[in-house]
Design a protein around this ligand. Structure first.
Ligand code: OFO
Length: 182
């Protein structure tokens, strides 16, 4: 059984993951609007991943008999000054999420709540991967540059990352009902 503090903190995390999903879906829409189809696909995929993180938390809370409370999330920003600024905002956002996961781990450790502590390990690893992913995208953008055909090449590169991501998840789930084009 979860403590009231832990339940409350996990519910906050559920709502933060929901916000992350909405944020990336909104960013995906902005990219599509700007003709950056590779980035749009990548971010749409990432929005689905965030929704998965939320579902995983919901499942855990339900298994413990706690009540899941979905709050109203704030609307994400709709316009971005540039692709670079948008990815900088994503990286910032992910560092905030990491901080929240660390706070959860801290609560689980100090209570102590070993079951939740173990459950949270997946999120600790995931946040490490996500910070690494978005940092590497920022590095790519500064390497390629956004002048001239730079945006085109960045978009193509990120689109290829999305294609690799969906191939990996197809391989993991064995679902090839919607295979990526060869
Ligand atoms: Fe849920 O991993 Fe990013 O935010």
């Amino acid at each position: 059984m979860l403590s009231a503090t832990m339940t409350d903190q996990l519910n906050h995390q559920i709502n933060l993951e929901m916000y992350s999903s909405n944020l990336y879906l909104q960013m995906s829409s902005w990219c599509a609007y700007k003709g950056l189809d590779g980035c749009a696909t990548f971010l749409k995929q990432h929005a689905q991943e965030e929704a998965g993180h939320m579902q995983r938390l919901i499942g855990y809370l339900q298994e413990t008999g706690a009540l899941v409370v979905l709050g109203g999330t704030t609307a994400p920003p709709t316009h971005f000054d540039s692709l670079l600024i948008m990815f900088e905002q994503i990286y910032e956002h992910e560092t905030v999420v990491t901080k929240k996961i660390n706070e959860l781990v801290h609560t689980a450790t100090t209570e102590p709540d070993y079951s939740t502590l173990q459950f949270l390990q997946w999120y600790v690893a995931e946040q490490h991967q996500e910070e690494f992913l978005f940092k590497s995208i920022l590095d790519k953008i500064s390497l390629i540059g956004t002048e001239g055909q730079g945006l085109f090449f960045i978009d193509r590169e990120i689109g290829e990352m999305a294609a690799r991501g969906s191939l990996e998840s197809t391989a993991m789930t064995g679902d090839n009902t919607n295979p990526s084009p060869a």
